[in-house]
Design a protein around this ligand. Structure first.
Ligand code: NDP
Length: 460
């Protein structure tokens, strides 16, 4: 085994003297999950799917679409791959320009300051470093039901050779509702099964109900309080049997049932790095493990599993370790979005969280309206916005929106919340007219007041 001492050994670009390891199978593709098999290709598919609604909406705007409109999945797939390859070229250049050496192989930690890498040809290399950063992310997990091997995860769903005619999706989280919208937009018949009354557990209940209504109105068959018991291969496709004994057949079954931290083959138990009961690496608020030279960021720590959050954790790690300035990531008021059609975006507390956490009363402001575009297109799909305000301090504690452009609008609202904006400051902000966003600064009347300790009254 060759030994190569280097000063710093981490597996993420941080603009310092670093060495990055990528797993075999990634074929020297960088940027990893978000760029290759996550947010970026997913968003490209969401754009692709959204044209169906745009084409429908165009008719009342005078567009004559006489010829049959066809969707070419293979063409989109090809364009998506081209874009991913382009982005990976950029990542590669960034790393090279920052002086990063990249080794392809499977890494494991063999000591507090040592990593062993098995290269593709089987040769093992050993590196020593002052600091090791674990950033190995997470991988999709599937329920162990009979026939589960017939299902796919989002990894495969992003690059299917053929677009299915019928798709079954299990799960009610981000990936499930996003893929339901993607496939529905592309003309696939979609059946979505989830365990709860509504999808998107953890989000504001009222918003969850709006998302469910919109998915259904766009033609997705929702099966709440239902899970799958068995998958069986048949001549006609995959037979899906539910826990209620119902059966249906699909061409593709997607399991979008969460992700587990990628810690299994890293040898962490031997080195003594502590894991929690989910298998996530336990870290302190600076992202340091119980072994002082080993750090971890991103999904592998299972804190808040979002790409920009991992980026924040990486930035603060770099400041702490190399910037001489110990810095803790701040998890308050992190905005996020679910890219279903139309999208949902939120920042701060949901109504349920605000009521649970606040000591005083909560004022709920809501606005439900027909987006201006729909007045002509005729689309029956309302936009809904919500602000939650602390009745005593007037601080805005949470904001949410389900409607076109919600993520673009919410990013700006997130800045206001981060600055501790009050409702009075929202009210004295002049709107941009005519826009949907202006509703956020013109919600004058309280929809309801929730007395301290009372549960929200959304009847869900
Ligand atoms: P989520 O954790 O969001 O949702 C998992 C879903 O699977 C839940 O609805 C859960 O149901 C359900 N589930 C879990 N186990 C079972 C089971 N045995 N049977 C039936 N249903 C089950 O995970 P996703 O896979 O959707 O996404 C993975 C991660 O990727 C998330 O952490 C998310 O943050 C991230 N992501 C972010 C995106 C974004 O920012 N837009 C987009 C895509 C992914 P229940 O609620 O009943 O527990």
């Amino acid at each position: 085994m060759k030994r190569r001492p280097i000063m710093t050994l981490i597996c993420l670009l941080l603009g310092l003297e670093v060495v990055a390891f990528v797993l075999p199978g990634f074929q020297r593709i960088l940027g990893l999950r978000c760029v290759i098999r996550g947010c970026v290709p997913k968003k490209i598919l969401v754009y692709g799917a959204s044209f169906r609604g745009e084409i429908e909406d165009a008719k009342n705007y005078g567009w004559e679409l006489n010829d049959k409109v066809d969707f070419n999945w293979k063409k989109l797939l090809h364009k998506k791959t081209e874009e991913i390859v382009r982005l990976n070229g950029i990542y590669k250049r960034l790393l090279t320009n920052a002086g990063v050496k990249l080794y392809e192989g499977e890494g494991k930690i063999v000591g507090p300051n040592e990593v062993e890498v098995t290269q593709l040809d089987g040769t093992k290399l050993c590196y020593s470093a002052k600091h090791i950063l674990i950033a190995t992310g997470s991988r999709a997990q599937r329920p162990t039901i009979p026939g589960q091997e017939l299902s796919i995860t989002s990894d495969e769903a992003l690059s299917l050779d053929e677009l299915p005619k019928r798709a079954v999706i299990l799960g009610g989280g981000y990936i499930a509702v996003e893929f339901a919208s993607i496939w529905n937009g592309m003309g696939v018949a979609v059946d979505l099964f989830f365990r709860k009354e509504l999808p998107l557990r953890g989000f504001d209940d009222e918003m969850r109900a709006v998302v469910a209504r919109n998915l259904e109105a766009r033609g997705i068959n929702l099966h709440p309080r239902t899970t799958l018991s068995e998958l069986v291969k048949t001549e006609d496709g995959i037979k899906v049997i539910t826990d209620h004994g119902e059966e249906l057949t699909a061409d593709v079954v997607l399991f979008a049932t969460g992700r587990a931290p990628n810690t299994k083959r890293l040898n962490l138990e031997v080195v003594g790095v502590e894991l929690d009961k989910m298998g996530a690496v336990k870290v302190d608020e600076y992202s340091r493990t119980n072994i002082p030279s080993i750090w971890a960021i991103g999904d592998v720590t299972n804190r808040m599993n979002l790409t920009p959050v991992a980026l924040m954790e990486g930035t603060y790690f770099a400041k702490t370790v190399f910037g001489g300035q110990p810095s803790k990531p701040d998890y308050k008021d992190i905005p996020c979005a679910v890219f279903c059609l139309p999208p949902l975006s939120v920042v701060g507390l949901s109504e349920e969280q605000a009521t649970d956490q606040a000591e005083g009363d909560i004022l709920v402001f809501t606005s439900t309206f027909n987006p201006m575009k729909n007045t002509i297109s005729g689309r029956q799909e309302k936009t809904i916005m919500k602000l939650l305000v602390d009745a005593e301090t007037d601080k805005v504690l949470g904001a949410s929106m389900c409607g076109p452009d919600a993520p673009e609008i919410m990013q700006g609202i997130a800045v206001a919340l981060k600055c501790g904006a009050t409702k009075a400051q929202f009210d004295c902000t002049v709107g941009i007219h005519p826009s949907a966003a202006e509703e956020f600064v013109t919600m004058r009347s309280v929809t309801r007041r929730i007395a301290a300790g009372n549960k929200p009254k959304t009847n869900l």
